[in-house]
Design a binder for this molecule. Sequence first.
Ligand code: ADP
Length: 498
Amino acid sequence: MRFIGSLDQGTTSTRFIIFDETGSIVAQHQLEHRQILPQAGWVEHDAAEIWTATQEVIIGALAKAGIAGEDLAAIGITNQRETTVAWDKETGAPLHNAIVWQDTRTQQFLDSLSDEERSFIRQKTGLTIAPYFSGSKINWLLNNCPEVKAAVAQGRALVGTIDSWLAWKLTGGHNDGIHITDVTNASRTLLMDLETLDWDDRLLEILQVPRSILPTIKSSSEIYGTTSTTGPVGAGVPLAAILGDQQSAMVGQVCFEKGESKTTYGTGNFALLNTGTDIVRSGHGLLTTVCYKFGDQPARYALEGSVAVTGSAIQWLRDQLGIISHASEIEALAESVSDNGGVYFVPAFSGLFAPHWRSDARGVIVGLTRAATKAHLARAALEAVCFQTRDVIDAMAEETGITLSEMRVDGGITANSLCMQMQANILGISITRPVVSETTALGAAYAAGLAVGYWASTDQLKKQWQVSRRWEAEKGNSLRTSGYQTWQKALTRTLDWA
Ligand code: ADP
């Protein structure tokens, strides 16, 4: 029997999950890595630590499954998007810490771009001008790190997102590793033309990035190369998929048809809507992005609503306020009161992402009275997860005219049934969670399996998707009406602050 391995390199941890033909999990191994916070607004990861963790989780998962690398028909990579690494192709070592998607250090550089440059970038890339994306992070590395500068001058520097780093390492690193990325990751850099699916010369010029240090852009599902003898998998296993984490979750949720949508609830929230082969440019603060491209088939696009802070607000209650000691405790605490007691919490810790894109916003807790308790705050935090999701889902409906009747969900917070019930009530639609909740890893496994013929078609994959739990909207729930209106008022209180 053969299996598919999926490497899921996330913001806080790295996991390797082994799937069988039915798309069920056979074994997995996971390790966390450090969040390096050198100053306010800066977030870094050590790419060498991530590579070490990658090797350990692959070895660990293979051992748990009781199989060898050669029992894998293929492996796929899915990754935290936008996070940017520069490394030395001769030593194989990073030249600087990776700059993480949440990092805002490049705001000033982006503010210095002209209106003409900004509108060109928006038009070509479908993105908004924000430090979130990789392009300005590469610019920062090139202009601020002597090691990177020297390596570029000597032709030793390679740059890429985390997928590129790991693909290069897995296929041999400084011994002929391949320097590639896929269209979904490249569509998050501010450097790729959404139509040609190639790096664009004018974008490279505006962001001052030389093409020579960038990876080659590939489809999300094809045999790119094989694993090397020296790596954790052993020699000869096809590396056959790369997908950014949110796009991978779309594939894992089998959202292959135009109009299908999923929302992932993790550190942040990410709602994606498949728009088929149409590139829908947003006037409502959504991002246009590549959803996936399987081999030679045309690329599929998506509209995306990215919310920066959802699960991380729960972590904030745990780590900074100490009102819970485990994320899962929030459910019982929030359930101990019947409503939010008038308390609204807008966790705009580093500004607001979609659909507002306001870097001047900062978090607020409003509506406090003498009667407010930590339970009300816990409830307000869960509601904030759901209200922010409604903001982006409403924007999608305005943009496309597509009104969802159901939304597929996944991610850590979907374990919280109270929160999912709130979400159904706030959106007024049903919410469904699949049996395999690791949809991000599953998507990259599916894309890799399709590339090597392990699975025959997307139709076969669709048949494997099964509902584990459904939440229906309760009629007449006031969160949907007056609650949402008050939320919008609370949102205005965050603006024009930083
Ligand atoms: P990521 O992949 O972004 O690291 P996960 O999908 O693993 O995130 O989800 C982790 C997030 O979910 C954390 O921010 C955590 O605070 C939150 N979380 C986990 N369990 C619960 C729960 N039962 N209720 C609410 N939030 C939760």
